[in-house]
Design a protein around this ligand. Structure first.
Ligand code: RP5
Length: 170
């Protein structure tokens, strides 16, 4: 079975964040692969990976990196497949803004869809949303997931009703 989504991270030190993407893809039953590649340490392998990804069946790439986070942008330079970038607050990050801006501020022509700092779960949700535009069954699974989120808010409000304060009205 070919992977439909490829998760790439700059280092296995990014795994504690990137595993959230893997977990969501698993939940949605999407075939995926997960690997480490570095734009700085193995640039030629990154180019080769990006150039071959579409031919291997990959339709969305999720790329996470921290610090001088060039990996998502370099991948996007070598492939027309949508790339979702996950900025990571890593050991070599100043405060996380370095990772965010390295991934976010791409030049016109080479977009990277950038999620929040450490936002790997949203990256996976976005990837599934992209795949679901051409897959009704998958769209159904996403709708069920969104309904669960709504149900959590309803439950939260039920719980908040039970919290008592002297001046709370209603
Ligand atoms: C980045 O440098 C990686 O994505 C990681 O976030 C960070 C630190 O990498 P290691 O030195 O832990 O391998 O390229």
């Amino acid at each position: 079975m070919n992977p439909r989504v490829s998760i790439i991270m700059g280092s296995t030190s990014d795994l504690s964040v990137m595993k959230q993407a893997a977990e969501f893809l698993d939940e949605m039953e999407i075939p995926f692969e997960i690997n480490a590649l570095s734009a700085h340490r193995v640039p030629e392998m990154v180019a080769q990976f990006a150039k071959n990804a579409y031919g291997r069946g990959v339709r969305v790439i999720i790329a996470g990196a921290g610090g001088a986070a060039h990996l998502p942008g370099v991948i996007a330079a070598f492939t027309p497949i949508p790339v979702i970038g996950v900025p990571i607050k890593s050991s070599n990050s100043m405060d996380g803004w370095d990772s965010v801006l390295s991934i976010l501020q791409m030049p016109a022509g080479i977009p990277v869809a950038t999620v929040a700092l450490d936002g790997a779960k949203n990256a996976a949700i976005l990837a599934v949303q992209m795949l679901a535009t051409g897959d009704e069954q998958l769209m159904g699974k996403l709708s069920a997931f969104k309904s669960e989120l709504a149900a959590k808010i309803s439950k939260a409000n039920e719980d908040l009703k039970k919290v008592e304060y002297r001046f709370k009205v209603g």
